[in-house]
Design a protein around this ligand. Sequence first.
Ligand code: F0G
Length: 458
Amino acid sequence: MKLPFAEPYKIKMVETIRKSTKVQRQNWIEQAKFNLFNLRSEQVYIDLLTDSGTGAMSDLQWSAMMTGDESYAGASSYYNLKNAIKEITGFDYFLPTHQGRAAENVLFSVLVKEGDIVPGNSHFDTTKGHIEFRKARAIDCTIDQASDTSVFHPFKGNCDIDKLGKVLRSHPVDKISCIILTVTNNSSGGQPVSMGNIRETSVLAAKYGVKLIIDSARFAENAWFIQQREKGYSGKSIREIALEMFSYADGMTMSSKKDAIVNMGGFIGFRDEELFRKAAPFNIMFEGYLTYGGMSGRDMNALAQGLYEGTEAEYLGSRVGQVAYLGTRLKEYEIPVLEPFGGHAIFIDALKFFPQISREEFPAQTLAVEIYLEGGIRSVEIGTLLADRDPSTRQNRYPALELVRLTIPRRVFTNNHMDYTAAAIRNVFERRNDIHKGLKILKEVPIMRHFTVELERV
Ligand code: F0G
């Protein structure tokens, strides 16, 4: 019998989490205006809001924090991080930032100007936010198969090369800021992008003289899928695969809060010195001096260590395996989930779960609220609330998919927590036909409304 992937670590420290009653949760969700971001963490039993910054650091990361060098300039921690970034990504130049969106802010200050377009696969919401804030447009060229939750495609995060080619042909080069490939493709369900697709995108980028940037938050999980699913990669290590992925890009933005398993941090990697030089003053203005940016020395040390731990095959096997474990339980209960399972989360298809609730009433948010009421589990809507309104028409944008994301933090929960979660969702599924109405908006802001929106039951 083939031995399964088991966690390559044991637990040294624990944190108490508490259950609550349904009556308590009913009150709390009303006080939170049916927005799960407004809940206090004590009001949540199993928090699957995000895998971002919620991972458990290792003993080696904590001990690296103790030896952090807090010098303003030229700290040893900066050089530790520089060496790790060079080894894992191949990039010679980098700027430290406090998180992923800060990396976007600094890099886009150089690359994106009013009237530009930024094509790629699906842009994450902060990425789109930073593009639209600069009065430019993000164009999603993800393959069509991504919008069918039941189609099996091994690389559903891929960019459609024909769509991308059309976009590039129909715009003057000086209006194209860059191409962004997000690996894994979070907005389409944590789906990986194949090496072949990264390579083809880079060929197209080079043909048009446009820079290719990789949004790398989950690059190691992406490398894992390439190793498992793509011809010619099963014999390569995760680090060899990651190096090849980055070899096709001119730069990368990184939210280290995901695959580098730290609670805060990010960076921008650059292939050439020129772009690094142009971005450096923005880093100094927005983040901090070049050798610390948005991070303290101890945080850079922990991040350097996390980059190594996050790219170990044994760890990735158990991590992606835990996500699939939850997906498999839900499938056994016939709950409509996006397949194949993503790297960091399981996504429930709310349009199939609640076909009776109209899209104007936010079925995915309604489902996320029901899952919280049932089991104290916090998930997140990846649907119409997140998609925001169209910047010009101000109408709701209805994305192809209306999903609830159950996002698994790294090295935090056990499979018992996954069983509990699956059971709670099964209970909601069993009473799904008793729920006829969704939610309506009371208050919203013009950009990234999902964080602060206030809702009430219809
Ligand atoms: N890019 C991707 C693909 C992301 O998923 C995120 C964050 C960011 C950029 C921004 O990074 O949070 O460090 O500023 N995603 C989190 C999530 C918030 O829940 O998916 P950040």
